[in-house]
Write a protein that binds this ligand. Structure first.
Ligand code: NAD
Length: 480
């Protein structure tokens, strides 16, 4: 069945690799019709700060499938990243990035590597909520939700099951971020219990990333929050041999977007030398998503055969292994010439005729709300006219019988009571008021704010301290 797909040619090398990719899809009989939209530099220049015109969203909503070439994000000037905008607006919560070695035909130190990174795509520090709070201190909010964790973790396990993968590893930093990353890890354990046939483990992101760069063959599927996933998937794509080989899928419950891992490579633009493989392998994922597994398999195997025959673009060219340096177009023609062939040494792919990527895990029912008890407040204060003891003395004048100053931290380190003289302090102080463990009303917190304002205390925000089902929903100060 002819399928309508939204296509964007993008910037830099985008038009060259997209033309090459579409020529292969058409020659293979993918039976697609393309609705072309304009995104990126020209659209930014025309005054759309998001890099996409309003009518282009209609195309995405109509076709529900987007094959996208890379674009150039203008530096500074209030422009928002189009990629992040599309992912978040369209609810593309799962970013799937297979990273596979093609040794000995493409040079890599990791010939057995075959890892799929499933990156959470909407939350974490990419909420993009940043504030400058004082002269010296800037803040970026890291937001992690239970429903967000549940659907990405379930997606990773469903992906593993559908693609016959044996293990799912979770990477977080929950030894430090016990609430946010702790939730991601907790949900991984809870949902993992529903997939007993799949091996599962958890790694702290720093050692996990180190092992991924050093011994990637010990990993199979990795599921991880947004920022870690962004970083490790570029590392993983690069160590397979070239970032130009990596394809990716951004999957939502309604719409999916397929794009190469790499950017618009302005250094190569217009020279006809870019590797179209990342975009082509993204298109293969798209065909699987559309239930066109047969044609996906034909293209992927022809591509493997091309690589095996030593027809290589310059980024993966290697003397003694490569037979010819192919231009972008020549590489596409070589793949087309091999449609119907299979690789002899590399493992051929086999795809089911229906779609392994369109997993759409059942939405978990929302849990009942936890019992919330407010027990205090952190008042964040802009202050530079004295020591922590001076600040504490001022704040103690705000106390009443129910709200007492318990602690002051600076950049998360306790500086009052009993701070260390060595601690560097800035103009940004978190001042914790509590009611000895008992509940506090919102009115009492508002009254404390009013007393602070009347006393000339320059507070720049407050965070309420709440227990949820009796568990503290706030971190302690470092050293508390
Ligand atoms: P890049 O990925 O464009 O390039 C990094 C390096 O890899 C360059 O040396 C480049 O020549 C090489 N390279 C990339 N793709 C290649 C290919 N297909 N074949 C051969 N070599 C390839 O990263 P960058 O230089 O940091 O970013 C350039 C622009 O791309 C920036 O404006 C950035 O914002 C944008 N970008 C866009 C996307 C996207 O649209 N999805 C993703 C990343 C970066």
């Amino acid at each position: 069945m002819t399928q309508l797909v939204t296509v964007a040619f993008g910037d830099g090398i985008g038009p060259e690799i997209m033309t090459a990719t579409l020529s292969i899809l058409d020659a293979a009989g993918a039976d697609l019709r393309y609705e072309v939209i304009d995104i990126g530099e020209r659209v930014y220049a025309a005054g759309h700060t998001s890099g996409i015109a309003a009518e282009s969203w209609d195309s995405l909503r109509r076709t529900k499938v987007f094959l996208k070439a890379p674009i150039t994000t203008p530096q500074g000037g209030g422009f928002k990243s189009l990629n992040v905008t599309i992912r978040k607006t369209m609810g593309l919560y799962a970013n799937v990035r297979p990273c596979v070695a093609y040794a000995p035909f493409i040079q890599t130190r990791h010939p057995a590597m075959d890892v799929v990174i499933v990156r959470e795509n909407e939350e974490d520090l990419y909420a993009g909520i940043e504030h400058r709070q004082t002269s010296e201190v800037y803040q970026c909010l890291k937001l992690v939700s239970r429903p967000g964790c549940e659907r990405i973790v379930r997606y990773a396990f469903e992906y593993a099951r559908a693609n016959n993968r044996k293990k799912v590893s979770c990477f977080t930093k929950d030894n430090i971020m016990k609430l946010t990353d702790g939730l991601f890890h907790q949900v991984f354990k809870e949902i993992g219990a529903e997939y007993p046939e799949i091996e599962q483990d958890h790694w702290i992101i720093d050692i996990g990333a180190a092992r991924l760069a050093d011994t990637p063959e010990i990993f199979d599927v990795i599921v991880t929050p947004n920022l870690y996933g962004d970083i490790i998937s570029d590392v993983a794509a690069q160590i397979t041999g070239s970032v130009g080989l990596g394809g990716s899928a951004n999957i939502g419950s309604q719409i999916a977007m397929f794009e190469a891992v790499h950017g618009s490579a302005p250094d190569l633009a217009g020279r006809g030398v870019a590797n179209p493989s990342g975009l082509l392998l993204s298109a293969v994922m798209m065909l699987n998503h559309l239930g066109k597994g047969e044609v996906a398999q034909r293209i992927h195997n022809a591509w493997l055969k091309t690589i095996e025959d030593g027809v290589h673009t310059q980024d993966v060219f290697q003397h003694g292994v490569s037979r010819e340096v192919a231009s972008t177009d020549a590489f596409a023609r070589a793949v087309i010439a091999r449609l119907g062939e299979r690789p002899d040494q590399l493992k051929p792919v086999r795809y089911a005729a229906n779609a392994p990527l369109r997993l759409e895990p059942a939405e978990a029912p929302r849990r009942p709300a936890a019992k919330k008890t407010t027990v205090g407040v952190d008042l964040f204060v802009d202050f530079r006219d004295g020591s922590p003891d001076d600040l504490a003395a001022r704040l103690q004048t705000l106390e009443n019988a129910r709200l007492k100053l318990k602690m002051i931290t600076n950049r998360g380190v306790k500086v009052w009571p009993n701070g260390a003289p060595e601690t560097l302090t800035t103009d940004h102080w978190r001042c914790r008021f509590m009611n000895g463990g008992g509940p506090v009303s919102i009115q009492e917190i508002a009254a404390l704010q009013l007393r602070a304002a009347d006393a000339g205390v320059d507070f720049i925000k407050t965070e309420h301290l709440c227990d949820f089902d009796g568990e503290p929903g706030y971190s302690l100060g470092q050293g508390q």
